[in-house]
Design a protein around this ligand. Structure first.
Ligand code: NOJ
Length: 738
């Protein structure tokens, strides 16, 4: 009898879902039908063992749990076939609530794009958005609903391996890129079959792990938190990111996963975020070794109280949350709120109407080999390559008779993709190595010579003599070095970020032949290569550029693309300078220059300045900047100040320049950084052409957090800087008056 009523109830509720109810009403009707255990089930997420031998999950128990409604989501299950199989099991559960499938679509899916840090170097928001759009389209066609991206952690420490997943050190640039990526992933909106739910992560301050050691504690002032680390999260929330992921780290003594200030007060409170928060992998359980929770029961209590809605893989919620409610420790309202947030996203995705909406073989097949996506990837890769040095205009190269291609990366295949990329057995033929790209470009009239020289992390010099002999026969040498593809990424912190092994020795040996040398550096982070930077005439930073890496590299080497990228992170001279970033605070004893060492704030053995500053990147052409013209010497809140410069292409090539605007608030109630990026514009100029670039500044652009954490501007004197990077700028002054 009871059973009949239940079925009737479910039918009524689901039927009425079809009528004109708001999503919130639909969510409420489903929630009403759910038992406490089913609610907790929605808050539970498991890994799918997609790389295990079984077709979906080797763990039969997980399938049973899906059948019992004890699971709301899975990660790492992908492909139309696999996701369909699991969704079919979910449809055998009492309430038939569809599963959400999540995956780390960090820089592409079938088509691998440059690592996010490399893309950030493009400063091209449209291209970055398109990259996320394509990744979403491909992944959504393979049954994925949700990406654990964008990672919007600000990073000032290149030892931290995860710098490759983000947009670098600057909160302004980082916020714009966060928005572009959320918009890209979510496309025209959830519910479209090519939209993935975005997930801003890792909330919050994960990038400031002490010593750059992954998962480490974070300790920072609230001013730094609000001013530097939170803005990209705010931007992602404002852009409508469907979900957030909290983080592994403690922040000022409280694990982010159990941090009510971050999750309830700021994100769900002040920012009015309506999506749901997923934990990071086992981060609920990891509050035990942190020393914040006694056991998983306690950890669940802390996590739900703090606002964590879904538990990734720790099984803390599924094993404890119902009991916590029954014990009166957790108010049912907290559970209901979390479940509503999760169900709401499932409704918005359209999964209640059609749980198999993302399981379309044809769509998957089409996206599997989409040549337009590959073209967009190549273009993104070109925009990501940073020209660090080009003495005597060695680049672009002529198609000379003999070109030597040397180094452990020049024929690399998998090495072009970097961490968080997916490869398939058939995939290697699609990946264009530097060797292949150059070969395709130069044609058969050019004789390409090859020597590996050494391995990535070699101690042996055995390959040097062959490499030297090869270089000697060539007109020009292209030398491709760097760090291994899996040396940056999660849990890939390094205390030593110099070029690994004997690679810099190889560069010296090849340089000693007297041949012109171009060095290309593959990496997921800023590396240290001082000797190379001081001696070798031409250097390209080629990161991990993705599927069409070699084609993009060849276009740049031979001048079919004029480099336009700018560094999104400062490059240190030595690990001893880290953390290093352009927007630092002045001291009471600032050093006047790199050689001012006595009783000033400096190192006695190293300049303060980075090897390459934030925002730096050359072009094959040159740009000159006029002095800054201000519309007024002072302005008031409510008014707009305009600042303009004339930028002229003074070189021999057409090119793209990223004109950067920085300000400095000279005296504040709390001290202000020596420079803060406040705007940038990309301008494409034909050789000889010029353009007036105008920035509009209002008092709102000059706001900061005071010592009461109030966000406001203060009247006073300011400097304004406009230039080609954070160091080489024109300067002017203005005042903000009341
Ligand atoms: C742990 C990582 O920190 C996070 O970024 C990722 O999304 C999850 N694992 C799932 O793979």
């Amino acid at each position: 009898m009871h059973f009949v009523f239940l079925i009737f109830g479910i039918m009524i509720s689901f039927l009425s879902i079809g009528q004109k109810k708001t999503i919130d009403q639909k969510v409420d009707s489903v929630l009403k039908l759910m038992t406490l255990d089913e609610k907790v089930g929605q808050m539970n997420q498991y890994n799918g063992d997609w790389d295990a031998t079984g077709p979906i999950t080797a763990d039969g128990d997980k399938q049973n749990q899906i059948r019992k409604g004890m699971l709301g989501s899975m990660l790492n299950v992908t492909g139309v076939e696999h996701t369909r199989q699991l969704q079919e099991i979910a449809m055998q559960s009492r309430l038939k609530i569809p599963l959400l499938f999540g995956q780390d679509i960090i820089h592409g899916y079938r088509t691998t794009f440059p690592v996010p840090l490399a893309e950030a170097a493009s400063w091209d928001l449209n291209a970055i958005q398109l990259s996320a759009r394509i990744a979403a389209t491909e992944a959504a066609a393979s049954g994925v609903h949700w990406t654990f991206a964008p990672m919007v952690d600000i990073a000032r420490d290149p030892r931290w391996g995860r710098v490759m997943e983000g947009a670098g050190e600057d909160p302004y640039l980082g916020s714009l890129i966060a928005k572009a990526r959320v918009n890209g992933f979510q496309g025209k909106g959830l519910g479209n079959t090519d939209a993935l739910m975005a997930c801003a992560k890792h909330y919050a301050a994960y990038g400031a792990a002490i010593g750059g050691r992954d998962y480490n504690a974070v300790d920072m002032s609230l001013n730094t938190l609000w001013e530097i680390y939170l803005p990209p999260f705010r931007a992602a929330a404002d852009a409508g990111a469907a979900t957030f992921m909290n983080s592994f780290n403690t922040l000022n003594g409280i694990p982010a996963t159990g941090n009510g200030y971050l999750q309830r007060d700021i994100l769900k409170g002040k920012w009015n975020f309506k999506g749901f928060i997923v934990s990071d992998w086992n981060s609920v359980g990891e509050m035990i070794p942190h020393g914040f929770a006694k056991d998983n029961y306690d950890a669940s209590l802390e996590a739900i109280t703090a606002g964590n809605d879904m538990d990734m893989e720790s099984r803390s919620y599924i094993n404890n949350l119902s009991k916590l409610v029954k014990d009166g420790r957790v108010n049912m309202k907290l559970v209901d709120d979390a479940v509503k947030r999760i169900l709401k996203k499932k409704f918005e995705m359209g999964l209640f109407e059609d749980p198999f909406k993302f399981s379309n073989k044809e769509r998957e097949q089409h996206q599997w080999n989409n040549s337009e996506n590959l073209e967009a990837e190549k273009s993104m890769a070109e925009k990501s390559i940073v020209l660090l040095k080009n003495d005597n205009q060695l680049l672009p190269l002529l198609k000379q008779k003999n070109i030597a291609l040397i180094g452990p990366f020049i024929k690399g295949i998998r090495d072009n993709l970097g961490f968080w990329s997916y490869t398939w057995p058939d995939d290697s033929s699609r990946i264009v190595s530097a060797w292949q790209g150059i070969k395709n470009k130069v044609g058969s009239n050019v004789n390409l010579l090859y020597a590996k020289g050494c391995n990535i992390n070699d101690t042996s010099h055995a390959g040097f003599s062959e490499a030297i002999a090869t270089a000697t026969q060539a007109d020009v040498v292209i030398l491709n070095v760097g760090e291994a593809a899996d040396w940056s990424g999660e849990a890939k912190s390094r205390s030593n970020i110099h070029l690994p092994g004997v690679q810099e020795e190889l560069i010296r040996a090849i340089y000693a032949t007297g041949k012109p040398v171009v060095v290309m550096i593959n990496a997921g982070r800023p590396l240290i290569f001082n000797w190379t930077a001081d001696h070798v005439p031409a250097i390209l930073y080629t990161w991990w550029l993705g599927t069409k890496a070699g084609d993009a590299i060849a276009d740049v080497l031979f001048g079919d693309y004029n480099p336009s990228a700018k560094l999104p992170m400062s490059f240190p001279r030595d690990e001893g300078q880290i953390p290093i970033y352009y927007n630092y605070f002045n001291t009471g004893r600032p050093a006047k220059g790199d050689s001012d060492l006595n009783y000033v704030s400096s190192y006695i053995d190293l300049p303060n300045s980075p090897k390459f500053p934030f925002g730096y990147g050359l072009s094959y052409t040159t740009f000159s900047y006029s002095d800054i013209k201000l519309s007024a010497a002072s302005f008031k809140p409510g008014q707009t100040l305009t600042a303009s410069v004339v930028v002229t292409n003074t070189g021999k090539y057409d090119g793209i320049e990223t004109v950067q605007l920085y300000t400095r608030d000279l005296v504040g109630s709390v001290v202000r950084p020596v420079k803060e990026l406040k705007g940038f514009q990309q301008v494409s100029l034909k050789t000889g052409a010029n353009k007036t670039i105008t920035f509009h500044i209002t008092a709102n652009d000059l706001k900061f957090y005071n010592n009461k954490l109030e966000y406001n501007y203060e009247a006073g004197d300011f400097k304004i800087f406009i230039g080609t990077n954070s160091h080489d700028v024109k300067e002017a002054s203005f005042a903000l008056v009341k």
